[in-house]
Design a protein around this ligand. Structure first.
Ligand code: CO8
Length: 302
């Protein structure tokens, strides 16, 4: 582990990623010239990143209207942005928030799973895996500033962070509601939830597809703190300072100790997990459930 830490410091790569999946991804050290270029704030169409070189903290804004649903493009931009920050040694912390009103993220883009070929479903699922592996295994301190509803994949993104601050608006909800769509959260969604709120609460949450209001989410430990909506980001920044006061190597090794077994489980099962997803999601009965859910969303709107 110590040598992994030394190597990661040398290359500026995530320790956890190194310990788990980076060698499989074939990551390489980048030149200081490239690193200095990556320190600039950057905007792609769905993700905007502001980096404060004084604090070493980046803020990532999810900005894919209308609801920040995680399409293949969204996930790809997210993972590329995260990887760039991970490689920049001067970036020690990441806050993730939404630029949109009322919604942090509506979760996976259902249209990527409905009416698609098995091939595109497979590519999509690999991108979902990649997002989680990178975020859950990040070497940075990661804080979710949840300023709106955060169902399903939005909840997964939030619980993959180290700390969660949510707007204390009872209309906003968060949870793994997959069963309500007639689909099933895979084992690594479940593991991340268990690691956050424990097995019994996870069992109830998954079987019933529960979405928790912000106060309920605080009660079960799904989020760590509730604050008025206009203070979500400033509170995340204050908390970040507290986390960054801890020596990086000690915090990173502790994080690795907690998360590596969960990460390794997916890393060694990526292909079977993709296969399971594709054969499940392309079933006629599951496609029918997704169609009904999409219709329900439209009706609710009308
Ligand atoms: N994917 C695609 N489109 C979506 C999604 C989504 N997840 N969520 C909403 N939309 C669409 C709506 O259909 C609507 O489209 P249109 O304008 O064409 O009618 C538009 O976005 C706006 O939606 P709303 O009017 O509902 O917006 P609101 O601001 O009123 O509400 C919410 C926002 C609360 C986020 C609401 O849209 C909502 O509840 N969305 C559904 C959230 C959800 O259930 N997501 C689950 C996705 S599945 C997932 O993330 C994990 C899957 C794991 C797979 C495992 C299989 C093995």
């Amino acid at each position: 582990m110590a040598s992994a830490l030394r190597n990661s410091a040398k290359c500026g790569l995530g320790l956890l990623s190194q310990l788990s999946s980076s060698s499989r991804h074939g990551r390489v050290c980048v030149s200081p010239y490239l690193l200095s270029q990556q320190r600039n704030s950057s905007t792609s169409s769905k993700i905007k990143v502001d980096f404060d070189s004084n604090t070493g903290v980046a803020t990532m804004y999810l900005q894919s209207p209308p609801v920040n649903s995680m399409s293949l493009d969204f996930l790809t931009e997210f993972s590329i942005s995260l990887e760039k920050l991970e490689m920049d040694k001067s970036c020690r912390g990441l806050i993730i928030t939404s630029s949109l009103p009322k919604v942090f993220s509506a979760g996976l883009d259902i249209l990527e799973m409905y009416g698609k070929t098995p091939e595109s479903c497979g590519v999509f699922w690999k991108a979902v895996q990649e997002m989680w592996l990178k975020l859950y295994g990040s070497n940075m301190v990661t804080i979710a500033a949840i300023n709106g509803s955060s169902p399903a994949g939005g909840c997964l993104m939030s619980i993959a962070c180290d700390y969660r601050i949510m707007a204390e608006n009872p209309r906003y909800n968060i949870g793994l509601n997959e069963t309500k769509l007639g689909i099933v959260a895979p084992f690594w969604f479940k593991d991340t939830m268990v690691n956050t709120v424990g097995p019994r609460t996870t069992e109830l949450a998954l079987e019933l597809g529960l979405l928790y209001s912000a106060p309920e989410a605080l009660k079960i430990g799904l989020v760590d703190q509730l604050v008025p909506e206009d203070q979500v980001l400033s509170t995340a920044t204050q908390n970040m300072a507290k986390w960054l006061a801890i020596p990086d190597h000690a915090r990173q090794l502790s994080k690795s100790m907690m998360r590596k077994p969960t990460i390794d489980k997916l890393v060694s099962n990526r292909e079977p997990d993709i296969h399971n997803f594709v054969s499940f999601i392309t079933k006629d009965s599951i496609q029918k459930s997704l169609r009904m859910y999409l219709e329900m969303l439209k009706k609710r709107k009308a």
